[in-house]
Design a protein around this ligand. Structure first.
Ligand code: MCA
Ligand code: AMP
Length: 496
């Protein structure tokens, strides 16, 4: 059985979860996840790696379903709660999910497809008769989870991690950041990505701490929870810190003092998923007295590099390798880079994923012959601390902490009957890190609003371009390839 689910017995009577519906102990989590496991098993002894997808609001039921899938020997596939049906259908079909769990709020979007495709489905709030069965032994090398990540291919790839990967990813952070049973954290992140799943929920519940859920980010509500004086650990992406800072700027000096005094009592505040601007780190220090701990991760490896819990947290740097994780910087000519020389970050260790789902050649291409995972991120070492310098692909965009593929957005835009051709780029932005911008060649006149309405039925909101520029022809190099830097320049000159 996965370690996080078995260690829960030690903390049986402690509060595990607080969500908008109430407070739940670890014992309640154990009982509910056992019942989910029995429901998934449908009389079988082991799901043997069958994929179970779930579209469940962040909170107690989300965790109970996730643990239930793991206990039954299945592979958990969390679905993004803001995906339109086209994106949900892609994940369900790509994973070949055999069962789906649907929360009340998502029946309208998911149920018609699930019923039409005759997928076995469970509604979170269905009345079921409690059962008692034995559960399978699930070894640590078996797949546990598939998360979808965008990359340099047009369609997102499923990243398969094993129970062993997940156990290590959590225990490594528990050790590095000194998680304790007395901790209490607030989860405001989406639960189809590592940041929320491993760093926030996984770490807190693996040590017997309490995890509070706020299903939708809102600066006013987050400040009110931070000010409760009950929380000890907070984790977010830079965009969230930016939004909190913007709200703080509107408050009275008296309120700002109260915030400082309360936030100072936190044990740890972390930023990650995208580069933390030095200005945000400095402003947050003024607001809270904390130097944010910045760390570096990726869906395929979870966390790999982190500023220290004790010691210098260096602005603009992501820190040092985490315990048990090996990091090297590799040059174009297969030479390991020294201090201040840029190279690709490559990673080895028990944190590294098993494979891309059903994509053996993509899996093989992403590892070196001697087994290092190639991240595609470029960094240099500066006095022992890693500093991220950029990415090897212009087609990857980081916006609000989400990794987006320009190629995926282009593919969808090209399907539009009034669009002849297009090029998508990421433009630097103080709040979002980057914003998605599209240059379009039109066949017929169409407005930005019409394009966005059409796109929102096909892509989640965070992948939809914020800026458009219309041209007669896309700029190309001698090889006929669209020159993305020229596209970026069009926006700096101003969009019509
Ligand atoms: C939402 N909007 C965006 C984005 N997201 N615009 C540009 N880029 C985005 N990424 C737009 C919406 O479409 C909407 O526009 C408006 O912003 C408000 O939307 P809403 O959803 O209400 O935004 P929000 O709630 O303010 O969301 C901001 C957010 C969210 C909380 C920062 O983006 C978020 O939760 N980001 C975290 C992502 C994350 O966890 N990444 C981790 C993956 P309109 O009003 O026009 O409709 S990376 C990872 O896991 C690795 C391992 C790692 O290192 O951590
Ligand atoms: P994802 O695969 O969605 O998890 O995104 C992983 C990518 O986010 C990495 O490959 C980096 O490009 C980026 N990233 C994560 N943390 C940081 C950070 N602290 N600074 C800069 N980039 C980061």
């Amino acid at each position: 059985m996965p370690k996080i689910t078995s260690s829960a017995h030690v903390f049986a009577n402690s509060v595990a979860i607080l969500d908008p519906n109430g407070e739940y102990t670890y014992q309640q989590l154990i009982d509910a996840s056992n019942q989910w496991a029995y429901r998934f098993l449908l009389g079988a002894t082991d799901l043997d790696g069958a994929r179970v997808a779930f579209m469940v609001q962040p909170g107690f039921h989300y965790v109970a379903v996730q643990w239930g899938i793991w206990k039954a020997g299945g592979v958990a596939v969390p679905l993004c709660v803001t995906y339109p049906i086209a994106s949900l259908q892609y994940v369900l079909e790509d994973t070949g999910a055999s069962q789906v769990v649907i929360d009340t709020d998502f029946q309208e979007v998911l149920l018609p497809f699930v019923s039409a495709s005759q997928l076995k489905h469970h509604l979170v709030h269905d009345e079921v008769t409690p059962q008692d069965m034995s559960l399978p032994e699930v070894s640590s090398d078996r797949p546990a989870m598939i998360l979808y990540t965008s990359g340099t291919t047009s369609l997102p790839k499923g990243v398969v991690t094993t129970h062993g990967n997940i156990d290590f990813q959590m225990s490594c952070l528990v050790q590095a950041w000194e998680w304790k049973a007395t901790d209490r954290t607030l989860c405001i992140l989406p639960l189809h990505h590592i940041h929320g799943i491993i760093n926030v929920i996984g770490c807190s519940l693996s040590v017997g701490a309490t995890c509070e859920f706020m299903p939708k980010f809102n600066a006013v509500d987050v400040f009110s929870r931070l000010l409760s004086g009950e929380l000890t650990v907070f984790m977010a992406v830079p965009t969230i810190y930016f939004k909190l800072i913007s709200h703080w700027d509107t408050l009275s000096t008296a309120d700002q003092h109260v915030i400082f005094d309360t936030l100072l009592k936190f044990r740890l505040m972390v930023s990650g998923s995208a580069a933390l601007p030095v200005s945000v780190m400095e402003k947050w220090h003024i607001i809270s007295g904390h130097w944010l701990l910045e760390r570096y991760g990726m869906t395929e490896i979870a966390m790999a590099i982190s500023n220290p819990f004790h010691g210098e947290r260096r602005p603009g740097h992501v820190g040092l390798p985490l315990p048990g994780v090996s990091v090297r910087l590799m040059g174009d000519n297969e030479e390991i880079k020294e201090e201040l020389e840029p190279g690709e970050i490559q990673i080895k260790g028990p944190n590294v994923f098993q494979s891309y789902w059903n994509k053996p050649s993509a899996t093989q291409e992403t590892f070196t012959e001697d087994g290092w995972f190639k991240t595609g991120d470029v960094a240099h070492l500066d006095g022992g601390y890693y500093k991220i310098l950029g990415r090897s692909s212009v087609d990857i965009i980081k916006s609000g902490g989400y990794k987006l593929s320009a190629l995926e957005i282009e593919e969808v835009l090209r399907v539009h009957p009034d669009i002849e051709d297009c090029g998508v780029v990421g433009l630097p932005d103080d709040e979002w890190g980057e914003v998605v911008a599209a240059v379009l060649v039109l066949k017929n006149a169409i407005t930005k609003e019409e394009i966005n309405t059409w796109l929102r039925a096909r892509l989640p909101g965070y992948k939809v371009p914020r800026l458009y520029h219309f041209v007669e022809e896309l700029p190309r190099n001698a090889m006929g390839k669209v020159t993305k830097n020229d596209l970026k320049i069009m926006f700096y000159r101003g969009s019509p």
